[in-house]
Design a protein around this ligand. Structure first.
Ligand SMILES: O=C(O)CCC(=O)C(=O)O
Length: 315
Protein backbone atom coordinates (compact mmCIF):
# COMPACT_ATOMS: atom_id res chain seq x y z
CA UNK A 1 0.00 0.00 0.00
CA UNK A 2 1.47 3.42 -0.89
CA UNK A 3 2.64 5.61 1.99
CA UNK A 4 4.23 9.01 2.39
CA UNK A 5 7.75 7.69 3.00
CA UNK A 6 10.50 7.38 0.36
CA UNK A 7 10.79 4.24 -1.72
CA UNK A 8 14.09 2.34 -1.31
CA UNK A 9 16.70 3.70 -3.75
CA UNK A 10 17.85 1.70 -6.70
CA UNK A 11 21.56 0.79 -6.55
CA UNK A 12 24.05 2.36 -8.94
CA UNK A 13 24.57 -1.23 -9.99
CA UNK A 14 23.00 -4.59 -9.07
CA UNK A 15 25.07 -7.69 -8.24
CA UNK A 16 26.49 -9.39 -11.31
CA UNK A 17 25.68 -13.01 -12.16
CA UNK A 18 29.26 -13.93 -11.12
CA UNK A 19 28.89 -12.20 -7.74
CA UNK A 20 25.64 -14.04 -7.03
CA UNK A 21 27.26 -17.35 -8.04
CA UNK A 22 30.22 -16.67 -5.69
CA UNK A 23 27.85 -15.78 -2.84
CA UNK A 24 25.97 -19.08 -3.17
CA UNK A 25 29.12 -21.15 -3.76
CA UNK A 26 31.34 -19.65 -1.02
CA UNK A 27 28.80 -18.11 1.37
CA UNK A 28 30.46 -14.74 0.79
CA UNK A 29 31.44 -12.30 -1.95
CA UNK A 30 33.17 -8.93 -2.03
CA UNK A 31 31.24 -6.52 -4.28
CA UNK A 32 33.35 -3.55 -5.36
CA UNK A 33 32.10 0.02 -5.38
CA UNK A 34 28.54 -0.54 -4.14
CA UNK A 35 28.37 2.63 -2.04
CA UNK A 36 29.27 6.09 -3.29
CA UNK A 37 31.77 8.50 -1.72
CA UNK A 38 29.08 10.77 -0.32
CA UNK A 39 27.34 7.93 1.53
CA UNK A 40 30.65 6.77 3.00
CA UNK A 41 31.40 10.34 4.10
CA UNK A 42 28.02 10.68 5.87
CA UNK A 43 28.49 7.31 7.54
CA UNK A 44 31.93 8.32 8.86
CA UNK A 45 30.51 11.51 10.35
CA UNK A 46 27.52 9.70 11.85
CA UNK A 47 29.71 6.97 13.33
CA UNK A 48 32.12 9.40 14.98
CA UNK A 49 29.11 11.27 16.39
CA UNK A 50 27.61 8.05 17.75
CA UNK A 51 30.88 7.07 19.41
CA UNK A 52 30.66 10.13 21.65
CA UNK A 53 27.62 8.62 23.43
CA UNK A 54 28.30 5.14 24.76
CA UNK A 55 25.10 3.07 24.86
CA UNK A 56 24.02 0.73 27.65
CA UNK A 57 24.99 -2.25 25.48
CA UNK A 58 28.33 -0.73 24.60
CA UNK A 59 29.02 -0.10 28.26
CA UNK A 60 27.73 -3.44 29.56
CA UNK A 61 28.70 -5.85 26.88
CA UNK A 62 30.36 -4.76 23.68
CA UNK A 63 33.14 -2.19 24.06
CA UNK A 64 36.77 -2.51 25.06
CA UNK A 65 37.37 1.19 25.02
CA UNK A 66 40.72 1.16 26.76
CA UNK A 67 41.99 -0.94 23.84
CA UNK A 68 40.43 1.18 21.11
CA UNK A 69 37.58 -1.21 20.29
CA UNK A 70 34.03 0.14 20.04
CA UNK A 71 30.89 -1.73 19.05
CA UNK A 72 27.18 -1.17 19.19
CA UNK A 73 23.93 -2.41 17.68
CA UNK A 74 20.55 -0.93 16.67
CA UNK A 75 22.04 2.53 16.30
CA UNK A 76 19.53 3.12 13.47
CA UNK A 77 16.96 3.70 16.22
CA UNK A 78 18.87 6.78 17.34
CA UNK A 79 20.74 8.23 14.39
CA UNK A 80 18.98 9.28 11.18
CA UNK A 81 21.95 8.56 8.90
CA UNK A 82 21.87 4.91 9.97
CA UNK A 83 18.05 4.87 9.79
CA UNK A 84 18.05 6.15 6.23
CA UNK A 85 20.74 3.72 5.10
CA UNK A 86 18.81 0.85 6.69
CA UNK A 87 15.37 1.75 5.31
CA UNK A 88 15.72 3.85 2.17
CA UNK A 89 19.18 3.28 0.62
CA UNK A 90 20.00 0.78 -2.11
CA UNK A 91 20.71 -1.95 0.47
CA UNK A 92 17.08 -3.21 0.61
CA UNK A 93 17.05 -3.66 -3.20
CA UNK A 94 20.39 -5.49 -3.04
CA UNK A 95 19.12 -7.69 -0.20
CA UNK A 96 16.05 -8.47 -2.29
CA UNK A 97 18.26 -9.43 -5.22
CA UNK A 98 20.43 -11.77 -3.17
CA UNK A 99 17.72 -13.32 -0.98
CA UNK A 100 15.25 -13.65 -3.87
CA UNK A 101 12.32 -13.15 -1.50
CA UNK A 102 9.27 -11.01 -2.32
CA UNK A 103 9.62 -9.02 0.88
CA UNK A 104 12.70 -8.03 2.88
CA UNK A 105 12.83 -6.82 6.47
CA UNK A 106 15.64 -4.93 8.13
CA UNK A 107 17.13 -7.12 10.86
CA UNK A 108 19.64 -4.77 12.53
CA UNK A 109 22.97 -3.06 12.11
CA UNK A 110 26.15 -3.21 14.09
CA UNK A 111 29.46 -1.39 14.05
CA UNK A 112 32.97 -2.60 14.76
CA UNK A 113 35.55 0.14 15.22
CA UNK A 114 39.19 -0.79 15.73
CA UNK A 115 41.29 2.35 16.11
CA UNK A 116 44.81 2.38 14.65
CA UNK A 117 46.90 -0.08 16.65
CA UNK A 118 43.85 -1.67 18.35
CA UNK A 119 45.04 -5.11 19.56
CA UNK A 120 41.55 -6.65 19.65
CA UNK A 121 40.83 -9.43 17.16
CA UNK A 122 37.36 -10.64 16.20
CA UNK A 123 37.36 -14.33 17.14
CA UNK A 124 36.26 -16.70 14.38
CA UNK A 125 32.54 -17.36 14.63
CA UNK A 126 29.27 -17.84 12.80
CA UNK A 127 26.59 -15.21 13.27
CA UNK A 128 23.48 -17.34 13.70
CA UNK A 129 24.34 -18.59 17.25
CA UNK A 130 24.37 -14.94 18.43
CA UNK A 131 20.84 -14.20 17.34
CA UNK A 132 17.39 -14.70 18.91
CA UNK A 133 16.02 -15.90 15.58
CA UNK A 134 15.83 -19.01 13.44
CA UNK A 135 15.69 -19.22 9.65
CA UNK A 136 18.08 -19.04 6.74
CA UNK A 137 17.07 -15.99 4.69
CA UNK A 138 19.54 -13.55 6.24
CA UNK A 139 22.21 -11.52 4.49
CA UNK A 140 24.80 -9.16 5.99
CA UNK A 141 26.48 -6.28 4.19
CA UNK A 142 29.87 -5.47 5.75
CA UNK A 143 30.86 -1.93 4.85
CA UNK A 144 34.30 -0.53 5.53
CA UNK A 145 34.71 3.22 5.98
CA UNK A 146 38.53 3.00 5.74
CA UNK A 147 40.89 1.23 3.34
CA UNK A 148 41.46 -2.21 4.84
CA UNK A 149 43.89 -5.12 4.38
CA UNK A 150 44.30 -8.34 6.30
CA UNK A 151 46.91 -6.57 8.46
CA UNK A 152 44.52 -3.74 9.32
CA UNK A 153 41.80 -6.20 10.35
CA UNK A 154 40.12 -7.04 7.04
CA UNK A 155 37.38 -9.61 7.56
CA UNK A 156 38.21 -13.17 6.47
CA UNK A 157 35.95 -16.16 5.80
CA UNK A 158 36.15 -19.92 5.38
CA UNK A 159 34.66 -20.25 1.89
CA UNK A 160 32.08 -23.04 1.83
CA UNK A 161 31.53 -23.12 5.60
CA UNK A 162 27.95 -21.92 5.07
CA UNK A 163 27.16 -25.60 4.40
CA UNK A 164 28.63 -26.93 7.64
CA UNK A 165 26.33 -28.53 10.23
CA UNK A 166 28.78 -27.57 12.99
CA UNK A 167 27.83 -24.51 15.06
CA UNK A 168 30.28 -22.60 17.24
CA UNK A 169 29.99 -20.58 20.41
CA UNK A 170 29.12 -16.89 20.01
CA UNK A 171 32.41 -15.23 20.94
CA UNK A 172 32.52 -11.42 20.75
CA UNK A 173 35.70 -9.31 20.49
CA UNK A 174 35.18 -8.55 24.21
CA UNK A 175 34.60 -12.27 25.03
CA UNK A 176 31.23 -11.42 26.55
CA UNK A 177 30.56 -14.22 29.04
CA UNK A 178 26.76 -14.14 28.69
CA UNK A 179 26.82 -14.86 24.95
CA UNK A 180 29.41 -17.59 25.46
CA UNK A 181 27.26 -19.40 28.03
CA UNK A 182 26.31 -22.36 25.78
CA UNK A 183 27.52 -25.92 25.24
CA UNK A 184 28.79 -25.14 21.74
CA UNK A 185 32.55 -25.52 21.09
CA UNK A 186 34.73 -22.49 20.45
CA UNK A 187 35.61 -22.09 16.76
CA UNK A 188 39.19 -22.83 15.72
CA UNK A 189 41.13 -19.78 14.62
CA UNK A 190 40.91 -20.49 10.90
CA UNK A 191 43.58 -17.87 10.16
CA UNK A 192 45.95 -20.58 11.40
CA UNK A 193 44.45 -23.25 9.12
CA UNK A 194 44.98 -21.73 5.71
CA UNK A 195 46.71 -24.92 4.51
CA UNK A 196 43.61 -27.04 5.08
CA UNK A 197 40.78 -24.52 4.61
CA UNK A 198 39.92 -22.08 1.86
CA UNK A 199 40.29 -18.84 3.84
CA UNK A 200 39.31 -15.82 1.74
CA UNK A 201 39.54 -12.06 2.35
CA UNK A 202 40.05 -8.91 0.32
CA UNK A 203 41.98 -5.64 0.40
CA UNK A 204 39.11 -3.18 0.33
CA UNK A 205 38.43 0.48 -0.33
CA UNK A 206 35.58 2.46 1.22
CA UNK A 207 32.49 1.76 -0.90
CA UNK A 208 33.33 -1.94 -1.35
CA UNK A 209 30.97 -4.25 0.51
CA UNK A 210 31.34 -7.84 1.68
CA UNK A 211 28.08 -9.76 1.36
CA UNK A 212 27.70 -12.89 3.48
CA UNK A 213 25.23 -15.30 4.99
CA UNK A 214 24.37 -16.20 8.60
CA UNK A 215 26.38 -19.45 8.91
CA UNK A 216 29.65 -18.79 7.06
CA UNK A 217 32.53 -18.79 9.54
CA UNK A 218 34.48 -15.52 9.75
CA UNK A 219 36.85 -13.48 11.89
CA UNK A 220 39.40 -10.70 11.71
CA UNK A 221 42.79 -9.95 13.21
CA UNK A 222 43.76 -6.99 15.39
CA UNK A 223 44.41 -3.71 13.58
CA UNK A 224 48.18 -3.77 13.10
CA UNK A 225 48.16 -0.44 11.25
CA UNK A 226 49.46 2.39 13.39
CA UNK A 227 48.01 4.93 10.98
CA UNK A 228 44.59 3.77 9.81
CA UNK A 229 41.51 3.28 11.92
CA UNK A 230 39.38 0.39 10.81
CA UNK A 231 35.74 1.45 11.02
CA UNK A 232 33.25 -1.13 9.77
CA UNK A 233 29.48 -1.43 9.78
CA UNK A 234 27.33 -4.48 9.17
CA UNK A 235 23.76 -4.00 7.94
CA UNK A 236 21.66 -7.15 8.06
CA UNK A 237 18.43 -7.98 6.24
CA UNK A 238 16.13 -10.97 6.28
CA UNK A 239 13.34 -12.70 4.39
CA UNK A 240 10.05 -14.17 5.60
CA UNK A 241 11.45 -17.53 6.79
CA UNK A 242 13.19 -15.79 9.72
CA UNK A 243 11.29 -16.13 12.99
CA UNK A 244 11.74 -14.71 16.45
CA UNK A 245 13.22 -17.46 18.64
CA UNK A 246 14.63 -16.09 21.91
CA UNK A 247 17.16 -18.28 23.75
CA UNK A 248 19.49 -17.84 26.69
CA UNK A 249 22.86 -16.42 25.56
CA UNK A 250 21.58 -14.65 22.47
CA UNK A 251 21.72 -10.96 21.62
CA UNK A 252 19.44 -8.95 23.94
CA UNK A 253 16.70 -6.85 22.33
CA UNK A 254 16.35 -3.63 24.28
CA UNK A 255 13.46 -2.19 22.25
CA UNK A 256 9.85 -3.36 22.56
CA UNK A 257 9.06 -5.40 19.47
CA UNK A 258 5.71 -7.07 20.16
CA UNK A 259 6.83 -10.44 18.74
CA UNK A 260 6.01 -13.87 20.19
CA UNK A 261 8.33 -16.85 19.65
CA UNK A 262 7.66 -18.25 16.17
CA UNK A 263 6.46 -14.94 14.70
CA UNK A 264 8.17 -13.86 11.48
CA UNK A 265 10.31 -10.78 12.04
CA UNK A 266 8.35 -7.57 11.51
CA UNK A 267 7.01 -4.62 13.45
CA UNK A 268 8.85 -1.54 14.69
CA UNK A 269 12.14 -3.26 15.54
CA UNK A 270 12.44 -5.28 12.33
CA UNK A 271 10.47 -3.28 9.75
CA UNK A 272 9.76 -4.34 6.20
CA UNK A 273 11.97 -2.40 3.77
CA UNK A 274 11.24 -4.06 0.44
CA UNK A 275 9.27 -3.43 -1.68
CA UNK A 276 8.63 -0.47 0.65
CA UNK A 277 8.32 0.40 4.31
CA UNK A 278 4.97 0.04 6.11
CA UNK A 279 3.65 3.16 7.79
CA UNK A 280 2.59 1.52 11.08
CA UNK A 281 6.02 -0.07 11.50
CA UNK A 282 8.17 3.03 10.95
CA UNK A 283 5.93 6.00 11.83
CA UNK A 284 7.26 6.32 15.38
CA UNK A 285 10.89 6.19 14.25
CA UNK A 286 10.28 8.69 11.45
CA UNK A 287 9.08 11.14 14.11
CA UNK A 288 12.44 11.12 15.89
CA UNK A 289 15.03 9.00 17.71
CA UNK A 290 13.72 6.08 19.75
CA UNK A 291 15.86 5.29 22.80
CA UNK A 292 15.71 1.73 24.13
CA UNK A 293 12.84 0.79 26.43
CA UNK A 294 13.70 1.53 30.07
CA UNK A 295 11.87 -1.65 31.06
CA UNK A 296 13.93 -3.79 28.65
CA UNK A 297 17.20 -2.13 29.72
CA UNK A 298 16.32 -2.73 33.39
CA UNK A 299 15.45 -6.37 32.64
CA UNK A 300 18.75 -6.83 30.75
CA UNK A 301 20.87 -5.41 33.60
CA UNK A 302 18.92 -7.49 36.15
CA UNK A 303 19.29 -10.62 34.02
CA UNK A 304 23.06 -10.13 33.83
CA UNK A 305 23.20 -9.67 37.60
CA UNK A 306 20.83 -12.61 38.41
CA UNK A 307 22.79 -15.01 36.22
CA UNK A 308 26.07 -13.91 37.74
CA UNK A 309 27.21 -11.80 34.79
CA UNK A 310 28.50 -8.48 36.03
CA UNK A 311 28.06 -5.11 34.36
CA UNK A 312 30.97 -5.76 32.05
CA UNK A 313 29.43 -8.97 30.79
CA UNK A 314 32.14 -10.96 32.64
CA UNK A 315 31.21 -13.63 35.17
O1 LIG B 1 34.21 -6.41 11.73
C1 LIG B 1 34.50 -7.39 12.39
O2 LIG B 1 35.61 -7.61 12.86
C2 LIG B 1 33.44 -8.43 12.66
C3 LIG B 1 32.26 -8.37 11.76
C4 LIG B 1 31.32 -9.50 11.97
O3 LIG B 1 31.65 -10.48 12.57
C5 LIG B 1 29.99 -9.42 11.42
O4 LIG B 1 29.59 -8.40 10.85
O5 LIG B 1 29.25 -10.42 11.53
Amino acid sequence: MPNSYPEPSLPSRFFTKEEIESYYRDGVVCARGLLDTETVHHLREALEDTLKKVSVLGKNALNRESKGFHGDIFVWKLHDVFRDLALFSSLPALAHQILETETVNFFYEQFFVKRAGCPVDTPWHQDIPFWPVRGSQIVSFWITLDPVTRESSGLEFVAGSQDWDQRYKAVTPGHDAYLMDTELPVSPNYAEHRDTHNVVGWDMEPGDVIVFGPVVCHGSAANASNIHDRRALAFRYCGPDVQYSPQHATMPLLWDHGLEPGDPLGGPLFPQVWPHVIEEEVARRMDGPEPPSEKQVGAFIKHLADTGFGPTGQK
